[in-house]
Write a protein that binds this ligand. Sequence first.
Ligand code: CA
Length: 234
Amino acid sequence: MTRILIVEDEAGLRQGLDINLRLENYETLQASDGEEAIRAFHASTPDLVLLDLMLPKKSGFEVLDHIRRVSKTPVILLTARGQETDKVRGLRGGADDYVTKPFGLQELFARIDAVIRRSENSAATSKSVCEDQLIRLDPGTREAHANQQKLKLSPKEFDLLMYLFRNRERVVPRDELLSRVWNYRVDLNLNSRTVDTHVTRLRRKLQKAVGTDAAVIVAVAKIGYRYLGQSISN
Ligand code: CA
């Protein structure tokens, strides 16, 4: 069942949304201010967040920023009429869509459906095999090969290599790896050393399969790592 977190400080609107979403067979959770929203987000891991922007304690922008630092969970903003700059700022900040108050329920349901479908599609493509001349990663079977040799990777090493491969056009910052590969939450005692340790182990395994001089993953000082996927031995 799709779980929706409703973040709205106007009690009437929040409860109205809650009742109507339940009638549409969604599971719902409510938060009435920004801090409660962040707590509820971590406690319940919703599939989608309806997020009002003007909230007590922490603004919707702060909540959105927090959510985007730790997850890709779809967010639909509940914005006030005429606040064009807020919509733009929200979309730039990683929101998936918005509805303008007062909105009709049918419009809201349609937007929820569309946003959820989009996020399911991107989850489906994340199951596709990653392959180049050097490595082959199959997210379905969790098998990894380099130079046609099977690699024995830990689950995190596999996820790390897959994430670097999928983002190989750029250097991936350590913080991003922590949030995307480790699903880093503020309450976990992880730091960038965790990333370094895993990358070191992963590189050792790759180098063994590819050849000692191979630079499959390069470190970029003070930033992070990048998958190169080619040997520089010649
Ligand atoms: Ca409000």
